[in-house]
Design a protein around this ligand. Structure first.
Ligand code: URA
Length: 270
């Protein structure tokens, strides 16, 4: 695989100016260890080396609840089993009609997911925002534009080899984080999407998706560059595109994560 210094890909992620700065820094201070160049060369930082087998982490429920977390009925095993047996059409219809948590009260529509039904890549975000609630498709607002650029930088494309889904299918009011209870209520839908798509690799976009898939509340810094696993599928973590829009220099780290994901994908698909 040949990714480093792919100018077009770097431009896709609007990484070019930062990358130029970084490249100059590397030239003038050759001791840096975290440049994409070194990552792709013989000196791959240990954190970014793809192990032969994925680390398996025990799943545990997400802890932190957001400001206006709502009480929720306890998990209903019959509902979970019923959703686990639905086909794509049934699943879509069940999500559209779902009232398992209070997010249904303010949604315009449930935002189910988009992409090839057996895409080898699955990207998981948090939950729909205003544009997604309007249009019924994940990641169509500003964060979605950056996600598309990230996909393009990795040689991927929405609707081709990629499926995009969210932890929760209904918009959390005010774009707050979904609560642990809401993520739990929506879990059967995401789990069934994963089982139907059977991706070779899952990319968790941001901490909400990461904690939903790994059960860990670890920081993004401690979780990225490692292989996790969910339902037998390798999971890698990167920053949420909305975070990257506010923290532009971290796009370089997202670029590293995508290169790590490409290597993990090759290893998993191999
Ligand atoms: N942010 C997300 O996490 N998902 C979307 O669909 C849109 C923005």
């Amino acid at each position: 695989m040949n990714f480093p210094f792919d100018d077009d890909a770097l431009r896709e992620m609007e990484l070019w100016p930062f990358f130029e700065m970084r490249r100059q820094t590397v030239l003038h201070a050759s001791s840096r260890v975290d440049s994409p160049a070194k990552q792709e060369g013989n000196t791959v930082p240990r954190q970014f080396a793809v192990p032969a087998r994925a680390d398996t982490r025990p799943a545990s429920p997400r802890g932190a609840a957001p400001v206006d977390s709502q009480a929720l009925a306890p998990a209903d095993p019959d509902r979970i089993a019923r959703i686990a047996n639905l086909d794509w059409d049934g699943l879509n219809a069940a999500a559209a009609a779902c009232q398992a948590c209070l997010l249904c009260k303010q949604r315009k529509q449930a935002v189910f997911g988009v992409g090839a039904p057996s895409a080898p890549w699955l990207f998981v975000g948090e939950g729909p925002g205003a544009e997604e609630d309007d249009l019924g498709e994940p990641f169509v607002g500003p964060a979605g534009k950056l996600l598309d650029a990230m996909l393009a930088a990795a040689g991927l494309q929405r609707g081709r080899e990629v499926y995009i889904a969210n932890v929760v299918k209904c918009r959390p009011p005010g774009n707050r984080n979904p609560s642990a209870d809401e993520a739990q209520a929506c879990a059967p839908f995401l789990d069934r999407q994963i089982d139907l798509v059977q991706p070779k690799l899952i990319v968790a976009l941001g901490k909400i998706a990461l904690s939903r898939l790994t059960g860990s509340e670890g920081s993004m810094a401690s979780m990225r560059g490692k292989l996790h696993e969910y339902r037998g599928i390798p999971v890698v973590a990167t920053y949420h595109p909305a975070y990257l829009l506010r923290n532009l220099p971290d796009k370089l780290k997202a670029w590293e994560d995508l290169m790590f994901a490409k290597r993990a994908f090759v290893a998993a698909a191999g």
